[in-house]
Design a binder for this molecule. Sequence first.
Ligand code: MG
Length: 387
Amino acid sequence: MEKRHIAILGSTGSIGRQALDVIGQHRDLFEVELLTANNSTDLLIQQAIEFDVNAVVICNKDRYQEVKDALDPHDIKVFAGMQSVCDLVTGDNIDIVLTSMVGFSGLSSTVAAVNAGKTIALANKETLVAAGKIVMDLAARTGARILPVDSEHSAIFQCLMGSAGAPIEKIHLTASGGPFRTWSREDIAKATRAQALNHPNWSMGSKITIDSATMMNKGLEIIEARWLFGTPGDKIEVVIHPESIIHSMIEYADGSVIAQMGHPDMREAIQFAFSYPFRLPLNNRKLNFAELGGMSFFAPDLEKFPALSLAYESLEKGGNMACIMNAANEAAVAAFLQERIGFYDITSVVRDCMDGVDFVADPDLDTIFATNKEAFIKAGELIDKIS
Ligand code: MG
């Protein structure tokens, strides 16, 4: 394998840090060119020096001087603002762009990288939720390859390898069920921020951990799978698998089901996106089936977790509906994390925004940005009323 040159957008978050751990295990094969972060200057500076990167971007312009002063002696270029991210990802020195920023904010830089024909290691699922058709159409035009980093989608992608293009009969998208799987609806309604942040299996950032508790994360993943693999919503089935050993499965027309397995560890999916189609050693925990003993599976409870139905509905309606859903969810999750609204208020704010924000059947990118803004404002009004 020839050395690959990588940009990490959102390097100080959970995925970004795990990506650098992977790269640290293969310094001879991967070179970090660019790191970006919103606000975490200390960690960004430390990462930039450790991996001797070419350039960094601090998105918050107020913190530019601090980063500049720290990295000047190391001969590392420092830029500020989101536009710099969009400009730098197109550079000739970059092969792979890992999109690991949080939420809709990742869309413009992902579009810039797709436009430049880069290989995208996609961790920012909201990009495909909000603008799946636009991004995939653009990738088809520019030849940009989009490799999933989301563990379920990496699993599906791996299960498709060697299928000689046989069509997918069904995607079985596995879900841990989150911290409230066995709770009653009454108890979930009273769930606190701390309880929702306590995910049983996966180590992730706070936004996605709340999304896992509401199961909106699985809803977003249904939509992500629809765009990555071209599979309609009615062929994507969610199955609760609390052990999180099977990361997802593909069923073919002959009834054969292929699963991809491993202990829940995001570094596996990150590394595969970096090394594809090759496989490299990884210092992680390996499966011991005799020790594991068994695995369990359940149907999801749509009464307790209405987010799943909202996601199927937004896929069916198409247009900008998933963008509305995603924006309302981002606003509501932020309000829940600030302890301004209750747990089920998250999905009711999303529901009301899907009913209240203007629907556009065939949006372009400008419309998507406008929809995101409108849905955010609408969600903010609803949240103010509740809190
Ligand atoms: Mg996932």
